[in-house]
Design a binder for this molecule. Structure first.
Ligand SMILES: Cc1cc2nc3c(=O)[nH]c(=O)nc-3n(C[C@H](O)[C@H](O)[C@H](O)COP(=O)(O)O)c2cc1C
Length: 397
């Protein structure tokens, strides 16, 4: 479950901070990529050098990296990098600041920027832990879907005995794994997702393409993998990082995409065709660069294989989901595509809606199902759109 996951460990100023070294090791042993962010107080208990050596990554502490050169650490980027954020140990002070939304440290600003599941493992003396303020703060975090990893009962650094000891590193890793298992609603499902544009060669240096960025398909792959699916992503030419746990095949042309889809299709449970595949290719691409000798030039195009139609005609047990990007008569055109390609559902996005469609980080979709049921969603980040699409797919499954 943790293999390839980006784990951000946030260490605060508790005496239990020394255990963060063991937490880093546990996550690394499970195959996770670990980065550490610390508060100033945490550095009094364990050095950044120890945690950077163990995590094999630089440790983050301050906003400013080099004041003379004006180089800064990017808390937003780090927050978005994380698939999981674990605050361990979490002091009473930091817990209060997580609740109030303070951002006066790099760690806190990163927490506010993270979109991933967050875990908080409190560590403090028994009375600090029992205090109404701490308990209320933990309840508020729970209401906000932060998972609290309860401290253990035992001997505390103060010499007192009670509840407040940081959960053991193995327990922290187990709590995170249990969470992931719990949300693995697509475990045992194999999902094929196509993403991005295709490029059809005109000559060795030019091509016909389209504006697809691949962001929607990659977001679908990320969310499907997070839900435990085994994801095969077939990507056209895009510059995007492969989401963790996703198997990626790169293709350039529609023909290559068709071949790759055909090869993988038989063993798949769900196909989501989010790629913007070229309908036509150049019939005879030039072998050498075409010179600009005449004032006009003509290109003869021939039809590419219709991948969705092929899948619709050849599907057996597979659930088939298409995408339609329309500029007019959106619903009518999507309905036509749904029927003619024998799809189970079609995700419709219109270029008329601001913030929807190509290249943006957001999208606004409607999902039309075989039984004519249509659900429309508001404009959202593509990761949230992917969640909506996969929720519908889970229901169809
Ligand atoms: C020796 C020592 C041990 C401490 N242990 C804890 C602790 O286990 N839990 C806690 O909440 N605060 C503890 N504190 C107090 C925090 O370090 C203090 O509240 C600090 O401001 C926390 O800063 P931070 O939340 O930004 O890391 C300890 C302080 C000292 C001096």
């Amino acid at each position: 479950m943790l293999n390839g996951k980006n784990v951000l460990l946030a260490v605060t100023g508790s005496i239990a901070a020394y255990k963060s070294a063991l937490i880093v090791r546990e996550f690394i042993k499970k195959g996770a990529n670990v980065k550490v962010v610390m508060t100033n107080a945490a550095c009094d208990f364990i050095t950044p050098l120890t945690l950077s050596t163990l995590s094999k990554n630089p440790v983050f502490k301050d906003f400013v990296k080099d004041s003379e050169k004006g180089v800064w650490n990017n808390h937003v980027e780090l927050g978005l990098w994380a698939d999981l954020m674990i605050v361990a140990p979490a002091t009473a002070n930091s817990i209060a600041k997580l609740v109030s939304g303070h951002a006066d440290s790099f760690l806190l600003a990163t927490y506010l920027s993270a979109r991933c599941p967050v875990f908080v493992a409190p560590a403090m003396d028994l009375d600090m832990f029992k205090h109404e303020s701490t308990q209320e703060n933990l309840s508020i975090l729970t209401e906000r879907k932060v998972s609290i990893i309860q401290p253990e009962y035992g001997e505390l650094a103060s010499g007192l005995e009670g509840e407040g000891r940081l959960a053991e590193p193995e327990q922290i890793v187990k709590a995170v794994r249990d969470y992931l298992l719990n949300i693995a609603t697509l475990k045992d499902k194999r999902i094929l997702i196509t993403a991005g544009p295709t490029h059809e060669s005109i000559d060795p240096v030019r091509f016909i393409g389209n504006h697809s960025s691949g962001k929607m398909g990659f977001a679908l792959a990320k969310v499907a993998a997070e839900r435990g699916a085994s994801v095969q992503l077939i990507a056209g030419p895009v510059v995007l990082d492969t989401p963790s746990g996703v198997d990626r095949i790169n293709v350039t042309s529609a023909k290559e995409m068709f071949e790759a889809v055909k090869e993988t299709f038989a063993n798949i449970d769900v196909v989501i065709m989010a790629a913007a595949v070229a309908d036509y290719r150049v019939k005879s691409p030039a072998l050498e660069k075409i010179k600009k000798n005449s004032s006009e030039m003509e290109l003869l195009l021939e039809k590419n294989e219709d991948i969705l139609l092929y899948l619709g005609n050849n599907k057996k047990h597979q659930l088939l989901i298409g995408f339609a990007l329309e500029t007019e008569n959106e619903i009518k055109n999507a309905e036509k595509k749904l029927i003619s390609k024998k799809l189970d559902a079609i995700v419709l996005n219109s270029l008329k809606n601001k913030g929807a469609g190509f290249a943006t980080d957001t999208n606004q979709i409607s999902i039309l199902q075989k039984d004519n049921k249509m659900i429309s969603f508001e404009l959202k980040h593509k990761n949230d759109v992917a969640t909506d699409v996969l929720d519908v797919i889970e229901k169809l499954l």
